[in-house]
Design a protein around this ligand. Structure first.
Ligand code: BES
Ligand code: ZN
Ligand code: ZN
Length: 493
């Protein structure tokens, strides 16, 4: 897919489909949200669209044969809903995303874009996210037709700003789509060594230093959590550190992502149904990789360190057993009561390392608990923290980025539920509020004065239903845009 911007006249722009935005009008009519059309042309579109029932509600797409006077082969009328309170960017993104998906069979799509820079950015981003497809592993069924060329039509006055906006959108969409690719890649094609290599490759040519711990280095440094989770697999674990340290950095941020390339549950094995989705148990790592690429490409003035503990959780002959006691990087001993609660074990080591650098903020992101999906559903991330300001900062950034996230508590009473008679703590706590007890476990590895936020994306990282808006089936690229927005917020001081 290529995306460009032009200031040509919509009616004479040659394309297969010309996308024109509409909204509900007075009474039963609709109104156009477009520029560059004459009143007569606009009225013809309105008449044709209303005659086939278009109402302008958000996401509604109505395909019309192009009226005379248009070079386009057809007109796609796209509802944006009631804009009385202004245009909601997420509504715009979802409408554009679903339009682009519906029109994916066309070679050239022209979209009359609102020529405001933020709107151009949102339109471009949604077009690139909405036209995502993952075909690498199609063999005979590989699609032959190339993906469409999309051109955003803006006014002449807005052309320069629009070009900047689409360049920004391209960076973001490339990062989100990279994160989606990593999640969608089959687990036999992406093991911990492969994920570490992908992390390195994703920032080739960018000012990001990548260090990879192999199993020997993990042993030397006492990363007992990562080693224990990885020991049941023939594919050894890794830890990846990605450092972006621009001159004039305004703050420091550490982002830590769970990278379980496949989670069978280990000896506490998972049921067969839906286990294939556990190829996506590295969604947190994928978010960190995408974010590092975008933040370094955009040159945001914040020191950002990405940490990716990665392992394959398998029930092999050398696998850890329920009842094993392991020693984490910071010296904490953990009684492993359930080998399926492995994410918190690999994160504990990485968090233990991240805190030594005392960054201004640590955020970890993980497909950590099934309980997250029970509590918040499949589209909203749970955000926990050891202080209210940091949690609010992340929730606000998520909102600005257009990612659904919601604050969740870490109640102190749950701490007792991870008590262990044998070790310092156990790796499972109260099942009721399982998302929170996982957060309580992670909090053990964070000093009280270290600002820290934990994001559970078990639901939003992977869309197991049909595509909607700009979100495809499978990997969604969750949290990449939130991380970029957090970096921007910190850079703004
Ligand atoms: N990777 C899973 C969590 C998960 C479940 C992510 C469904 C995405 C979709 C995690 O490692 C896990 O298995 N957690 C257990 C923890 C329990 C044993 C305390 C869970 O949620 O059941
Ligand atoms: Zn698990
Ligand atoms: Zn897991």
């Amino acid at each position: 897919m290529t995306l460009t911007v032009a200031a040509t006249t919509p009616s004479t722009t040659a394309c297969d489909a010309l996308v024109i935005a509409i909204m509900p009008g007075k009474g039963k009519t609709i109104a156009l949200a477009a520029h560059g059309l004459s009143a007569a042309q606009g009225n013809r579109i309105i008449d044709a669209a209303t005659s086939v029932g278009a109402t302008g509600k958000s996401g509604e797409l109505t395909i019309l044969p192009a009226p005379t006077g248009f070079t386009a082969k057809k007109i796609a009328v796209l509802g944006l809903g009631d804009m009385a309170k202004g245009l909601d960017l997420e509504v715009l993104r979802n409408a554009v995303g679903s339009a682009v998906r519906s029109l994916s069979g066309n070679k050239k799509i022209a979209i009359i874009a609102s020529p405001v820079a933020d709107h151009v950015l949102a339109t471009a981003l949604a077009a690139q996210l909405g036209s995502y497809s993952f075909t690498e592993f199609k063999g005979k069924a590989k699609p032959k037709s190339p993906s469409p060329n999309i051109v955003l039509l803006v006014t002449k006055a807005a052309l320069t700003e629009s070009k900047k906006a689409i360049a920004n959108a391209a960076v973001l969409s490339q990062a989100v789509n990279l994160s989606r690719d990593l999640v969608n890649t089959p687990p036999n094609a992406l093991n911990p060594i492969g994920l570490a290599a992908a992390a390195k490759g994703s920032v080739a040519g960018l000012p990001v230093k990548v260090t990879i711990w192999d199993e020997k280095a993990l042993k030397r440094d006492g990363c007992g959590g990562i080693l224990a989770v990885g020991q049941g697999s023939v594919n050894p674990p890794r830890l990846v550190k990605m450092e972006y340290s621009p001159a004039g950095a305004k703050a420091s941020l550490a982002i830590v992502g769970k990278g379980i390339t496949f989670d069978t549950g280990g000896i506490s094995i998972k049921p067969a149904a839906g286990m294939d989705e556990m190829k996506g148990d590295m969604g947190g790592a994928a978010a960190v990789i995408g974010a590092m690429q975008a933040i370094a490409t955009l040159g945001i003035k914040v020191k950002v360190t990405g940490w990716i503990p990665t392992a394959e959780n398998m029930p092999g002959g050398n696998a850890q057993r329920p009842g094993d006691v392991i020693t984490m990087f910071d010296g904490t001993t953990v009684e492993v009561l359930n080998t399926d609660a492995e994410g918190r074990l690999v994160l504990a080591d990485a968090l233990g390392m991240a805190v030594l650098e005392k960054p201004d903020l640590i955020i970890d992101v993980a497909t950590l608990t099934g309980a997250q999906r029970i509590a918040l559903g499949s589209r909203t991330a749970g955000v926990m923290a050891n202080n209210d300001d940091s949690r609010s900062l992340v929730c606000t950034a998520a909102d600005e980025a257009g990612e659904a996230a919601w604050p969740m508590p870490l109640p102190e009473y749950l701490r007792a539920s991870i008590d262990s008679p044998t070790a310092d703590i156990a790796n499972i706590g109260d099942r009721l509020g399982g998302m929170l007890s996982a957060g309580i476990f992670l909090k053990e590895f964070i000093p009280d004065d270290q600002p820290w936020v934990h994001i559970d994306i078990a639901g939003p990282s992977f869309n197991d239903k049909g595509p909607y808006g700009y979100t495809p089936k499978g990997g969604t690229g969750s949290t990449v845009r939130t991380f970029v927005q957090v970096a921007k917020t910190l850079a703004a001081g």
